[in-house]
Design a protein around this ligand. Structure first.
Ligand SMILES: *Cc1c(COP(=O)(O)O)cnc(C)c1O
Length: 227
């Protein structure tokens, strides 16, 4: 087994164990392999080990990688900030965008999604802990943005995404992730029909899974430390 294959195996085991401890089915959580800064060869290795969904932060880097990997049936998720001048690349090349936090960005993605493609899957990024990065909509503004995004053509609103500040311990991490789960549930009570709660990374994936995450975004534990 290659190092990446071995790492993937271990991450899948971590997810399965976390699911077991809280009575969730292991396939209730999708693993997104975050390949930012790593080359196409690393993605190929992960694909050979059964991984098909990949997350990228830097849009031009991702599009270049996609071109080299176009022979593989991969699913690409944009998990980095989306500026207005990058919406066209995202709309044309990605399958998912997790980081929509302004209606203007959603409108551009909707307008620029090519006609022949399936709708772009979208998550609303929520600043669940008031974190210093300031990315994401405030929790109390999430419903209004979700409703506006859901009404746009060529997009399919799937859920919400969070990137909380690193928590000091498991209990603290669960407290923040539980707030995101509560918001996710409230949006569904309001009729949004969401199926995706994108939260949890290498250091907090167990806390995210026991709190209700349906998609963890894992980079370091699969590909190694980024330089
Ligand atoms: C880099 C990144 C990840 C992966 O982080 P790791 O700690 O390497 O697992 C997940 N989500 C987002 C938004 C990221 O930018």
């Amino acid at each position: 087994m290659t190092m990446i294959a071995d790492n993937l195996h271990q991450v899948r085991a971590r997810i399965a164990t976390a699911c077991n401890t809280c009575g969730r089915a292991p396939d209730a959580v999708t693993l997104l392999a975050v390949s930012k800064t790593f080359g196409a060869d690393a993605v190929r290795e992960a694909f050979a080990a059964g991984q098909t969904a990949f997350g990228e932060n830097y849009i031009q880097e991702a599009v270049d990688k996609m071109a080299v990997l176009s022979d593989l049936p991969l699913q690409w998720h944009c998990i980095g900030p989306i500026q207005s001048n990058k919406t066209r690349l995202v709309a044309e090349h990605f399958d998912w965008a997790h980081t929509v936090d302004r209606l203007k960005i959603a409108q551009r993605l909707s307008e620029q999604r090519p006609a022949g493609k399936a709708p772009l899957n979208v998550c609303i990024q929520v600043n669940i802990d008031g974190g210093s990065t300031k990315a994401g909509v405030a929790p109390n503004e999430a419903l209004a943005l979700a409703q506006a995004v859901a009404a746009l053509p060529n997009l399919r609103l799937r859920g919400i995404m969070t990137i909380p500040e690193p928590a000091p311990d498991f209990v603290a991490a669960c407290a923040v992730h539980t707030r995101a789960k509560a918001l996710f549930d409230a949006l569904n009570v309001a009729g949004m029909g969401l199926d995706t709660l994108s939260m949890g990374m290498t250091s907090d994936l167990e806390a995210a899974v026991v709190s209700g995450s349906t998609m963890v975004r894992v980079g370091t534990a699969i590909f190694g430390v980024r330089s």
